[in-house]
Design a protein around this ligand. Structure first.
Ligand SMILES: *[C@@H]1O[C@H](CO)[C@@H](O)[C@H](O)[C@H]1NC(C)=O
Ligand SMILES: *[C@@H]1O[C@H](CO)[C@@H](O)[C@H](O)[C@H]1NC(C)=O
Ligand SMILES: *[C@@H]1O[C@H](CO)[C@@H](O)[C@H](O)[C@H]1NC(C)=O
Ligand SMILES: *[C@@H]1O[C@H](CO)[C@@H](O)[C@H](O)[C@H]1NC(C)=O
Length: 769
């Protein structure tokens, strides 16, 4: 009998693991009667009541052990420990300790790095990727190898081209970053706010975009940021993430902003994120931010003060041990009330309840059916290929040389340190990919390849292997050089020192191009922009593609584009600056706006007017698109409340405060016809920019206000409607950080089409005080 039940239980265990149901309930296990009957386990009660009941049962000692990422269990209440830290930037990742790849989950679909997905400018793709990632994450949670709280995405603005983590972001434009955030988060979390699929997190709040530059690192950096730049640049993606994406978490950063550590600033956390934007979720610190502002920044004199400041500022969870170690003493010393600790727990426990962690058996819940067979499915891997294809940007195509033809280009020399890479393609914050197709393997499907590295690695410190590369190019019908960067050049803690290709790479490209029998195509892998002026100007380099870090299927996507199976439609999500741009540009200078008196060039296409290698939004296709404006208003009236003082002076030459306008859904609606006048089907990204009336000193030169991606078959035409919210998108921010709508003539640009639109105030009568 005993041995029978033993065999039975072993086979049940196997069954349950195979079925992806390997995890015991986190809490409220129905098999444990004395705890599962407690009110906090009752799904018939409201979440508010359940959370209150649970907090009421905990001692202070138990509470403080729940303030950290490796939260302790409360065995007498039937609650297990929980590791909050998991990551899913572009696929389930094993960077956080909450997730491990182990049988039956050896791998997960590895999508392109975010900067590449951003280049697709396809918001439905971003959401679709989020949905796949959360399917796989839930499956791994059900199987006991992953958490439910993912500290992704990273939506900091790619402010400086040297930033090593720029690759993780959706680029330099606040609106693109915000829309990326909202869509990726929606994909991850699902659409039912009370039934989270997984909990996402927008990070790192705020003005965090320097890792390590000339001896200044993120743990010591005090970002001096103007109110104006905070409002119209740094805050935008976070605000959109919280308000439009309903994200369940925001992470504060390591750095200080204007002298205060972000994780100890009640103005940022309590007032802005929770108060103004109404975060429905928890605020977590970056990993060991609290320890960092105590030990590295010496922001408080005792650790208890640091713990108290963080919690009072609005921090709910510490990634790191600090709050578990010092919060109880902080309460005992009277620096913090136990009610403040309870407030933090309300925010974390509510998210756990919304994830179903207090609802008993995971397998009996909405996502309980997901298991190993839902990970790395052919459909998921195909989406990874689609994403890479949509994100690759064609920067140059003289002739046109591309696409190549497998009839005429039977032998292709595939050269360069990135020509046969695998893990390089998935960038950082990745996991273990299902499989890889390297560029060499991808091209091998279309042609006979001759492979030469040319340089041992991307550092390319010598020219010893140039001979073989040159020889291969002489023999082949076409030459593809796969060059660029990897995590040894740009990474977390590693900012770049310059924008040129490392070592002797440039020399290799030029020598190979000079010797090539057929056309030479340069393919770049990188997160940040590269100054490839030499190749842009070299007539022997016929074409240039930027692949970013294209994910597990990157080589297949590159080859499909090179040989015309796919038509490139990606656009650059960041400006490609020349190396000279860095001359008078300390990475530590946070100002977005140019300053002539300081000789400071300004940052991003919104504020920098100097020469570029390739501009923001640039990208070619194998076909040509023509735009025309089918319908657009010429005048828009903005309803404005009368001024309290009684006299509403002439508003027509002013900028009115957004808070004085009745914004509602007031929007400008444009109909644009996109005609594909070439001979190949293609996708086109419509980018609508707006330039405010001249004379406002605070305004950007232009600002992206809308974008939409459309597929247009050859010789066909498609009408696209674009809605531009007047108060959100046609407003600018003054030097005090106040958002205003400039009245007068705004200019909308779609490609080479320009359309003036006049904004007028329409007074709605006087509000009596
Ligand atoms: C290319 O990379 C694959 C996968 O890492 C490896 O199996 C293969 O041997 C490499 N090919 C060459 C020619 O180096
Ligand atoms: C309001 O201001 C205008 C312009 O300054 C002035 O001409 C007008 O008399 C004022 N009206 C009232 C009611 O004060
Ligand atoms: C308001 O100001 C504009 C621009 O300065 C001017 O053209 C217009 O005549 C003014 N309107 C009134 C009613 O004063
Ligand atoms: C956007 O991405 C989705 C998902 O891959 C795809 O189905 C859709 O066709 C893409 N849109 C365009 C216009 O390419």
């Amino acid at each position: 009998m005993a041995s029978f039940s033993c065999i039975l239980s072993i086979s049940l265990m196997l069954l349950s693991v195979v079925g992806g149901e390997g995890r015991d309930p986190f809490a409220c296990d129905p098999k444990v009667a004395n705890t599962s009957a407690l009110p906090f386990c009752r799904t018939s009660l409201s979440t508010v009541e359940r959370v209150k009941d649970l907090i009421g049962r905990l001692t202070l000692q138990e509470k403080v052990r729940l303030l950290v990422n490796n939260a302790a269990g409360v065995p007498w209440l039937g609650i297990k420990g929980y590791e909050w830290w998991s990551e899913a930037l572009h696929g389930v990742s094993n960077v956080g300790p909450g997730t491990k790849f182990a049988w039956p989950f050896p791998a997960a679909t590895s999508f392109p790095q975010v900067i590449t997905a951003a280049a697709s400018f396809n918001a439905s793709l971003w959401e679709a990727i989020g949905q796949v990632v959360s399917d796989e994450a839930r499956a791994m949670y059900n199987g006991g190898t992953a958490g439910l709280t993912y500290w992704s995405p990273n939506v900091n603005i790619f402010r400086d081209p040297r930033w090593g983590r720029g690759q993780e972001t959706p680029g330099e434009d606040p609106i693109v970053a915000g829309r990326y955030a909202a869509h990726y988060v929606r994909g991850l979390q699902g659409t039912d706010v009370n039934r989270l699929k997984v909990a996402a997190c927008c990070k790192h709040f705020t003005a965090y975009d320097l890792d390590n530059w000339k001896g200044m690192d993120r743990f010591h950096f005090n970002a001096q940021v103007s109110k104006q730049d905070i409002e119209d640049t740094f805050d935008v993606p976070f605000r959109m993430c919280v308000k439009e994406g309903n994200v369940a978490s925001v992470m504060c950063s390591y750095n200080q902003v204007n002298g205060k550590p972000t994780c100890a600033d009640p103005n940022l956390l309590k007032r802005t994120v929770r108060g103004q934007w109404h975060l429905n979720g928890y605020i977590v610190s970056d990993c060991d931010s609290v320890g960092v502002f105590f030990s590295n920044q010496h922001y408080t004199s005792t650790p208890e003060e640091a713990a108290a400041e963080a919690i009072k500022a609005g921090l709910d969870l510490d990634c790191g041990p600090f709050l578990a170690q010092h919060t109880q003493d902080a309460v005992n010393k009277g620096l913090l009330a136990e009610a403040d600790v309870n407030g933090a727990l309300v925010n974390t426990l509510t998210v756990q309840m919304r994830l179903g962690m207090f609802d008993g058996e995971p397998s009996a819940q909405p996502y309980g059916h997901l298991g190993p067979k839902h990970v790395c499915t052919p459909a998921h891997q195909n989406l990874a290929l689609q994403a890479a294809t949509q994100g690759i940007v064609l920067l140059k195509n003289d002739g046109p040389t591309l696409p190549l033809s497998s009839r005429r280009h039977r032998t292709v020399a595939v050269i360069g340190p990135n020509s046969n890479v695998t893990v390089t393609m998935i960038g950082n914050y990745a996991g273990i990919a299902c499989r890889y197709t390297s560029p060499l393997q991808g091209i091998g499907k279309y042609a006979t390849t001759i492979h030469q590295l040319g340089c041992a690695n991307v550092a390319c410190t010598d020219d010893k292997q140039f001979g073989g590369a040159v020889d291969a190019a002489r023999r082949a019908d076409a030459t593809v050089l796969v060059m660029g960067l990897d995590q040894s050049i740009e990474a977390e803690t590693v900012d770049r020192t310059g924008l040129l290709l490392p070592g002797h790479q440039q020399d290799l490209v030029s020598k190979v191009a000079a010797a090539s029998k057929g056309p030479t195509i340069l393919v770049l892998m990188s997160g940040g922009p590269v100054d490839v002026t030499f190749a842009k100007n070299d007539p022997r380099v016929a074409a240039i593609l930027w692949a970013g870090y294209p994910g597990q299927a990157g080589g297949a996507a590159i080859a499909d584009i090179l040989f015309g199976t796919a038509n490139p439609g990606g656009k650059l999500p960041m400006t490609w600056y020349p190396q000279d741009y860095l001359t008078n540009l300390p990475m530590t200078d946070m100002a977005m706006r140019a300053s002539r008196s300081r000789g400071y060039p300004g940052r991003t296409y919104r504020f920098y007017k100097g020469p570029v290698v390739y501009p923001f939004g640039y990208g070619l296709s194998y076909t040509q698109f023509v735009h025309s404006l089918a319908r657009a208003p010429k005048v828009v009236s903005v309803p404005v409340d009368g001024h309290r003082r009684g006299n509403n002076t002439n508003l027509s030459n002013k900028a009115i405060r957004v808070t004085h306008a009745r914004c509602g859904k007031l929007s400008v609606s444009l109909d644009v016809d996109v005609k594909n006048v070439g001979s190949m089907d293609g996708t086109h990204t419509l980018l609508v920019f707006s330039a405010p009336p001249a004379g406002g000193q605070w305004a950007p030169h232009k600002q992206l206000v809308s974008f939409e991606k459309v597929h247009v078959p050859a010789r066909a035409q498609q009408r696209v409607r674009l809605n531009i919210h007047v108060c959100k998108l046609l407003s600018v921010v003054d030097s005090s950080g106040i958002r205003r709508i400039p009245l007068g003539e705004h200019s909308l640009h779609v490609g080479d089409v320009k359309h003036p639109i006049s904004l007028r105030a329409q007074t709605l009568g006087i509000i009596k005080t």
